[in-house]
Write a protein that binds this ligand. Structure first.
Ligand SMILES: [Zn+2]
Length: 182
């Protein structure tokens, strides 16, 4: 399973594959590709954009910012989507699960997360099986505190009462319940 360390590495590009039943039920696309990049200036978040055109090196549309401590995805003024956009809701479900350590739920529900074979931190090609699994190369993973406990989006939502903002509307009920709070 892709790790939160991969997502926050600064050069992460990953694709969420949506199962057919879910596509039909929720009227989503078959897959969404996200790019999470490190800003050139020092801020406590990363920029997220989503692939919206045919040219997969440049047709990305700005979505918002991701906080590495919590996995929370927030909009800024320039965000091009709303809270109910499937690409936003799905991303929030993915980060909520990855940060909560429940990434297995994503695949159990028929979704798949793919990286493009490159380390999320340095962009070099991944060849070691464990690295391919988590998306971070053996050198980059050193000193990343891999596997260390983090404050999850769930904790934040419980304590701060911002569930709506973090996870979208609770009415998005389907048979695939991997995005629900457990
Ligand atoms: Zn690397």
């Amino acid at each position: 399973m892709l790790s939160k360390e991969f997502v926050c590495g600064g050069k992460a590009i990953f694709t969420l594959e949506v199962p057919e039943s879910f596509q039909k039920q929720e009227n989503t696309r078959p897959h969404y590709t996200y790019k999470v990049s490190e800003p050139k200036f020092t801020v406590p978040f990363l920029f997220v954009s989503v692939l919206t055109g045919p040219e997969n090196t440049k047709d990305y549309t700005y979505l918002g910012i991701l906080f590495p401590e919590t996995g929370i995805v927030k909009f800024t003024e320039k965000s091009q989507f709303t809270n109910d956009a499937p690409c936003v809701r799905l991303l929030r479900r993915v980060t909520a699960n990855l940060w909560a350590g429940t990434g297995a739920k994503i695949e159990a529900a028929g979704f798949k997360l793919h990286h493009e074979g490159k380390c999320g931190k340095c962009g070099r090609r991944l060849t070691v099986p464990q690295s391919i699994e988590c998306g971070i190369g053996p050198e980059c993973i050193k000193g990343m505190g891999y596997g260390a406990p983090v404050v999850t989006g769930m904790d934040i939502a419980r304590n701060g009462g911002i569930m709506e903002d973090v996870y979208g509307s609770p009415d998005w009920e389907t048979e695939n319940d991997w995005y629900k709070e457990s």
